[in-house]
Design a binder for this molecule. Structure first.
Ligand code: GDP
Ligand code: IMO
Ligand code: MG
Length: 430
C-alpha cells in the first residue's frame, strides 16, 4: 500500500491543506511531519472553511487517524485552541495524537523570534513571529523541552530551571525585555500538558503498525521546499526541512517506505515574507493573481500579510522536484488564471551573458538574475466547474502539460477552486 508524501514545492501556501483534505478519506493515517504554527492550511469542505495550523488536514475524515509527528514544533496553547474550535464545529479530534518526541514552542521562543526580527532591521527575514526558529535552534542545541516533558513534573521543572536561567539572561541583558517567572511558566506548561494528555502518545507504534499492515499513509507537508533550511533561499527560509527527507525524519520512517512524492505547485507563484523571488510581478497583473476580495485571495493564512505574487517559475520548481524525488504533481489554483489573455512562465534565468538552469545558491546572485519568459496563450474560460481533464479548454490542458514537461514529473491532480470537490484527478494517488 502506498505511503505518499505530499509536499509544498514552492514557497508555501500551495494548497496542501486542500489536497490533504481530499486524499484523507483514502488514507488510514495522516502524519504532519514538520514545521509548527507558522503553517496555515485552508480546508473548504461540506463542513465549512477551516484554517489549520497544527492539526493535520485529514481531521475531517472520521475514520482517519491523524498524527502530529516528532518533527513538528508544537505550541500547546495553539493546539488546544484548534482542538476546541474543531470540537465546537462538530469535528471529532478523538483520533488525533501528538508525539511525545515533538518539541514545545515556549513563550521565550516567541519573544526571541520577534526580538531577533526587530534587531535584524532591514535584513529581517519576515518570519511569522511564532517562535519557530528559536524552537528548532533549541532542539538542535539540546536545550529544548519536549511534549513528553510536560507530563513529568520533575523533568519539566528541572529542564525549565536550567533553560530559563539562560533565556532570561538573553531576554533582559541583550534585549531589555522582561524575564519569565520559573514558577508561573512551570505551572502554566504543566497545566497545558494535562489538558493535552489524552492526545499525547508515543506515535511510533501507530505509524509502524500502519506500515506493517500496508495501510495507505499520507505524510502532510508544511511550508515549501524553497523555504528548506538547507536547500531554500537561505537565510530567507524556515528552520526545518519541509521536503521528502524531512517527511522521513519528522515522521520517523525510512525513505524506502515512501512510494510516491507529490509536489504541490500553484499554477503561478507566491511568497510571504522577505527574500529573492525572480518571477515576482507587481501592478495590475499582480492584482489578477492576488484575487483580492475573493475568499482565496493571496493573503497569508497565518499572519494576514499580503502574499507577493509572480509567474510560475520552472527553474525553482524543477529544482524542488529534483531535491525531493517528486514523481507526481498537484497543480492548484489553475482557475485564478482563467481571465488572462496570455500567461508567462519563467523557463530560465539570465545572469549577465549566461543562462542558468539551476537556482544559484546565494541570495546575492539570485537577486541579480533576470527571468527568461515563455508566453503561453490563456483560455479565458471559467474552469471552476470542470471535473474532467478532457473537458478543460485546450489552452489550459496545454498550459498544465507544459508545466509538467518543464519540471519533469507526471500530472496527478489539478485543482480549480478551494472546495474539496473542485479537483480533477488525472492519476490516482492511492
Ligand atoms: P497551504 O498552506 O499549502 O495549505 O495553502 P493555504 O491554505 O495557505 O493557501 C491556499 C489558498 O488557496 C487557500 O485560501 C485555499 O482555500 C485556496 N485554494 C486551494 N486550492 C485552490 C484552487 O484550486 N483554486 C482557488 N481559487 N483557491 C484554492
Ligand atoms: P504553509 O504550511 C508560507 C515563511 C515566512 C517567512 C519564512 C520564515 O502554510 O505553506 P518562520 O516563521 O517559519 O521562521 O518564517 O517562512 N513561511 C511560510 N510561508 N506558508 C507557510 O506555511 C510558511 N511557513 C513559514 O513567511 O518568510
Ligand atoms: Mg498556508
Amino acid at each position: 500500500m502506498p505511503v505518499v508524501a505530499l509536499i509544498g514545492a514552492q514557497w508555501g501556501d500551495e494548497g496542501k491543506g486542500h489536497l490533504v483534505d481530499l486524499l484523507a478519506s483514502k488514507a488510514r493515517l495522516v502524519v504532519r511531519y514538520g514545521g509548527g504554527n507558522n503553517a496555515g492550511h485552508t480546508v473548504v469542505n461540506h463542513l465549512g472553511t477551516f484554517k489549520l495550523h497544527l492539526v493535520p488536514s485529514g481531521i475531517f475524515d472520521p475514520a482517519t487517524v491523524n498524527v502530529i509527528g516528532p518533527g513538528v514544533v508544537v505550541n500547546p496553547e495553539v493546539l488546544l485552541s484548534e482542538i476546541k474550535d474543531l470540537e465546537a464545529r462538530a469535528v471529532s479530534t478523538a483520533k488525533l495524537f501528538v508525539s511525545e518526541r515533538a518539541h514545545v514552542i515556549m513563550p521565550y521562543h516567541v519573544m526571541l523570534d520577534q526580538l531577533q526580527e526587530e534587531s535584524r532591521g532591514e535584513g529581517k527575514i519576515g518570519t511569522t513571529g511564532r517562535g519557530i526558529g528559536p524552537a528548532y535552534a533549541d532542539k538542535m542545541s539540546r536545550t529544548g523541552i519536549r511534549v513528553a516533558d510536560l507530563l513529568h513534573e520533575e523533568t519539566l521543572l528541572n529542564r525549565l530551571r536550567v533553560v530559563l536561567e539562560e533565556k532570561n539572561r538573553v531576554l533582559t541583558r541583550l534585549y531589555n525585555a522582561k524575564p519569565l517567572s520559573l514558577h508561573d511558566t512551570y505551572l502554566r506548561y504543566l497545566d497545558l500538558g494535562r489538558q493535552l494528555s489524552d492526545h499525547i502518545s508515543n506515535v511510533h507504534p501507530i505509524i509502524h503498525r500502519a506500515l506493517e499492515k500496508d495501510f495507505p499513509v499520507l505524510l502532510e507537508g508544511a511550508q515549501g521546499s524553497l523555504l528548506d533550511v538547507d536547500h531554500g533561499t537561505y537565510p530567507y527560509v524556515t528552520s526545518s526541512p519541509p521536503g521528502a527527507a524531512g517527511a522521513c525524519q519528522g515522521a520517523g520512517i525510512g525513505p524506502t517506505a515512501i512510494s510516491s512524492v507529490i509536489g504541490v505547485l500553484k499554477a503561478y507563484t507566491t511568497r510571504v515574507g522577505e527574500g529573492p523571488f525572480p518571477s515576482e510581478i507587481e501592478g495590475p497583473e499582480a492584482d489578477v493573481l492576488r484575487q483580492i476580495g475573493m475568499p482565496w485571495a493571496e493573503v497569508g493564512t497565518t499572519t494576514g500579510r499580503l502574499r507577493r505574487v509572480g509567474w510560475f517559475d520552472a527553474v525553482m520548481s524543477r529544482y524542488a522536484v529534483q531535491i525531493n524525488g517528486i514523481d507526481t504533481l498537484a497543480i492548484t489554483k489553475l482557475d485564478v488564471l482563467d481571465t488572462l489573455e496570455t500567461i508567462k512562465v519563467c523557463v530560465g534565468y539570465r545572469l549577465h551573458e549566461t543562462q542558468l538552469e539551476y537556482p544559484p545558491a546565494t541570495v546575492a546572485v539570485l537577486s541579480q538574475v533576470e527571468p527568461i519568459y515563455e508566453e503561453l496563450p490563456g483560455w479565458q474560460t471559467p474552469t471552476s466547474d470542470i471535473r474532467r481533464f478532457q473537458d478543460m479548454p485546450e489552452a489550459a490542458q496545454a498550459y498544465v502539460a507544459r508545466l509538467c514537461q518543464l519540471v519533469g514529473a507526471r500530472l496527478g491532480i489539478i485543482s480549480v477552486g478551494p472546495g474539496r470537490d473542485q479537483t480533477i484527478v488525472v492519476n490516482e494517488v492511492f
